[in-house]
Design a protein around this ligand. Structure first.
Ligand SMILES: [Zn+2]
Length: 379
């Protein structure tokens, strides 16, 4: 059973991040782990994060929708969690997957404000509605609750669709720059202070995935170390793409400068996007291990067909067969804003902001490995 629990926690780990390009909602982890009624289990359980992530995916009709978790430092020593859960959260903190803060205060709302993301919480936030009036807007604050068909998200106002409104003007200014924390081991804005040991820093996180600095003090500040951040230059411009299979968004990914991302049945390249798990037999036979590669050339997004059977471009997302342009034999083509690359009928890649889900949806649960003993979802 312990083995299965750690597999669930590994699956959840793939859905927590502090990356503004990937996160789809913001949570206060210390609050969330105590929603006992979600599963009727222990006083605190990290598995409730998985339950909530699944509910988010169902409601967005999107697989692999990650959450941005803000964590009160006290949770790392909370005796209501298992030692394994505390260890996992500590690892997430070390890897910069979550923000661990001594004084989280309104950081959840600040992140949601800067990134324009919904908040998953049961708090009323009445005292903060003056500063963040959007907490009273439809779909911006949703409570994870147990519904008649299992755990769900109930919006505080309006229909229960998690609503993202896009990065705010203040957020856009912060996300246009790369920031560095004075604390050389900082997992959020690390890379060292440029000292002689800077090259020994464990992980240098990709600058385009840096979280939004806090503005609580008026100047860009590291939310973890509460120290002023240095501006070390412009943030590289990237493209965020999404995979849509059978009408459903399955995964988002980033194409950064000087980087090639291969999409295919089972790409050899590390960081390649593996589609095999979502394909039926015919699509699996048609789509090559390495099928299409994406890169930025002079800031322009281009697709290159590297497959055996070829791909197609659907200009502006048009599903009219007459408009389909064949792409094959290592041909390269720049992609216009709404263009979609089709690897096989219904297997598509395009810019994330232009791709939506539709139709029947069978999301992949992060809780798939959860033993029924540990998770008794209320009917
Ligand atoms: Zn820091």
């Amino acid at each position: 059973m312990r083995f299965e629990i750690s597999k669930v926690l590994d699956a959840i780990e793939g859905r927590v991040c502090t990356d503004p390009l990937m996160a789809r909602a913001v949570v206060d982890l210390a609050e969330l782990v105590r929603f006992v009624d979600l599963d009727g289990g222990r006083p605190a359980s990290l598995l409730r994060l998985g339950i909530t992530i699944d509910a988010l995916g169902r409601q967005l009709q999107e697989d692999g929708a990650p959450v941005y978790a803000v964590v009160h430092r006290g949770l790392l020593s909370d005796a209501d969690l298992t030692s394994n859960e505390r260890m996992v959260i500590r690892r997430w903190a070390d890897d910069g997957l979550v923000e661990v803060l001594t004084n989280p205060a309104d950081r959840v709302l600040e992140v949601a404000d800067l990134l324009g993301l919904p908040v998953l919480s049961r708090q009323r936030y009445d005292g903060l509605a003056g500063r963040y009036p959007w907490v009273n807007e439809p779909g911006r604050v949703l409570a994870p609750i147990s519904g008649s068909n299992g755990p769900t998200l109930k919006a505080r106002v309006g229909v229960s669709m998690p609503t993202a409104v896009g990065v705010s003007p203040a957020g856009a200014k912060l996300l246009a720059r790369t920031w560095r924390c004075a604390e050389s081991s900082c997992a959020l804005f690390g890379g060292g202070g440029g000292g002689s040991f800077a090259d020994l820093v464990r992980v240098e996180r990709a600058p385009y995935g840096q979280p939004p600095p806090s503005l609580r003090t008026g100047a860009p500040t590291c939310p973890r170390h509460e120290s002023r951040l240095s501006d070390i230059g412009p943030r590289p411009k990237v493209e965020v793409l999404a995979i849509r299979i059978g009408g459903q968004i399955r995964q988002r990914f980033v194409v950064a400068p000087d980087q090639q991302v291969v999409v295919g049945r089972a790409p050899e390249q590390s960081g390649g996007i593996r589609l095999g798990q979502w394909l039926n037999d015919e699509a699996r036979r048609w789509i090559s291990r390495n099928h299409v590669s994406f890169e930025l050339r002079g800031g322009e997004l281009v697709a290159r067909d590297v497959s055996t059977n070829g791909s197609g471009i659907r200009p502006g997302g048009s599903m009219d067969e007459a408009n389909r342009i064949a792409l094959m034999n290592h041909q390269i083509r720049p992609l216009g804003k709404g263009d979609i690359v089709e690897l096989y009928p219904g297997v598509q890649v395009g810019r994330a902001e232009k791709m939506t889900s539709g139709g029947n949806f069978n999301p992949t649960s992060v809780m798939a490995e959860a033993p029924t003993m540990a998770i008794r979802l209320k009917p």
